[in-house]
Write a protein that binds this ligand. Sequence first.
Ligand code: ADP
Ligand code: MG
Length: 587
Amino acid sequence: MNKFEALGLGEAVIKAVEDMGFETPSEVQEKAIPILLNEDTDIVALAQTGTGKTAAFGFPLIEKVDSSSRITQGLILSPTRELCLQITNELKNYSKFIPGLHTVAIYGGASISDQAKQIKRGAQIIVATPGRMQDMINRKMVDISNIGYCVLDEADEMLNMGFYEDINAILSHTPKEKNTWLFSATMPKEVSTIAKRFMSAPVEITVGHKNTGSKNVSHEYYVVNSRDRYAALKRLADANPDIFSVIFCRTKRDTQKVAENLIEDGYNAAALHGDLSQNQRDLVMKSFRNRQIQMLVATDVAARGIDVDNVTHVINYQLPDEIETYTHRSGRTGRAGKSGVSMVIVSKSELRKIKSVERIIKKSFEKKEIPSGEEICQIQLFHLASDIKKSEINHEIDSYLPSINEVLEEFTKEELIKKFFSVEFSRFHNYYKKSRDLNTSVNDRDRGEYTSNGNSTRYFINVGEKDGFDWMTLKDFLKDALSLGSDSLTRVDVKESFSFFNTNTEDKEKVLEVFEDFKLQGRNVNVEISKDSRRRSPKRRNEGGGYKGKRRSDGFKPKNKKRFDSYNKDDRGNNGRRDRRKRSDRN
Ligand code: ADP
Ligand code: MG
């Protein structure tokens, strides 16, 4: 019996689980699913983001609703449109082998009459944001008077966003004898108030740790002009010679194009998207697993469920349309206890999305600069040196050595090293000598940084990640230190060695007073009203210092990475090996 069957799930859900490639239940799933399946109870489940809460309530909910009745039986409230859509998609996936079961998403910013039509056709499960739900109840477009289950997902976030009144009003339209399932990452006062008010004797489960996957991933973004995206991608690859990566594009077309360009430019790359046959996809995945492919360019759909260990980098060539998808992407790296980097190439106009992603992943991004040509040359040279150092001597060459020695006998060791490295360096140097700085300068407004205004004041505080804080713990710390509620304390943004936060302006005096002489573990904690200039990352390397040459068409063929013996072939333009790969990818 597989581990999901052991939790009591039925055949149709098990089949979907297998399709999605879930192998073992996460901790919160293991704890919650049997309870929700077997007991008629309310529940409060606390587990961090990324621990699989959606399935923890989604699987049992699907088992519980009667798909032969068209009545709405389950309501899931979630804080944002993105999450609402994400949950709806997940539920549709979970229930794809249950004919007649319909899940409908209700959220603001889209046609209300379309949503009403979908409901009218019959929706056993509704996933909604509180505002739009309230609106539709008022207009009598939905009937939730018969629901048996109400899920409050990301309850802390919903309350943070000020949905208390809406939730209150929505729940007043539901029957008393339903079960309420509350899922949350944290348990602030407001959440326990909701639990007390709307739930009866809930079972409580708490899951200790964040899944380690996301913990091991650091997030970086690079701001470039849209037309430099591809050049930037190449530099990121060149600056990481041992890269083993998944590169995400938004469309099949872009995926194909980027992969083709990379192959053309000599990288071990391939595309993975839905227009390939199953057989082609299997081949690509096999080569990727065998590491014959270093850069797998993929669409989100095709890469779903890719489970390859030791992926070093996820590169977001473009950010996904649905911000939530970012989590799926970055989860391709940092697996099995290894660390990984998720990089995002953005244009100035997309910068605000970085903030939204930060809110969802609950981690902050580091702004980095695309390396200059000079830096890349240096990295490649060191990489070559360490490759040489690690290389086993191949005794097949022994018989040729006398004649080789004859050619090179006039040189000292130092000269030989210089010459040898010049071979490599010249190629990179020639390519990169006229390269421009690809970084676009940004200001705080582009970045969607929060500033002080009449009602809200932003502060700088000299503690950050390196002091063990993340946004949640810093918020808790500030709430305690300042005796402020969540409604005054907002926009907590933790950077490596410092952070920012906002409070209502009326609390300004209090904040400054409390932190006038404040010590944390013997260290002076310093809080100041944030000035625009200070919001920049202090580590701005190399601003404007890159090569500013003319734009050139990037006809550079770097190298067949790792294959030392093919370097010279490349120089002669003989790249038969690559041509073969190119054809097989296109077929
Ligand atoms: P949460 O709501 O706790 O933040 P999600 O439900 O969004 O987490 O799940 C995070 C990711 O983990 C999703 O991509 C989901 O498909 C995946 N996932 C959930 N459960 C499992 C499992 N048992 N095995 C593998 N992946 C899982
Ligand atoms: Mg969730």
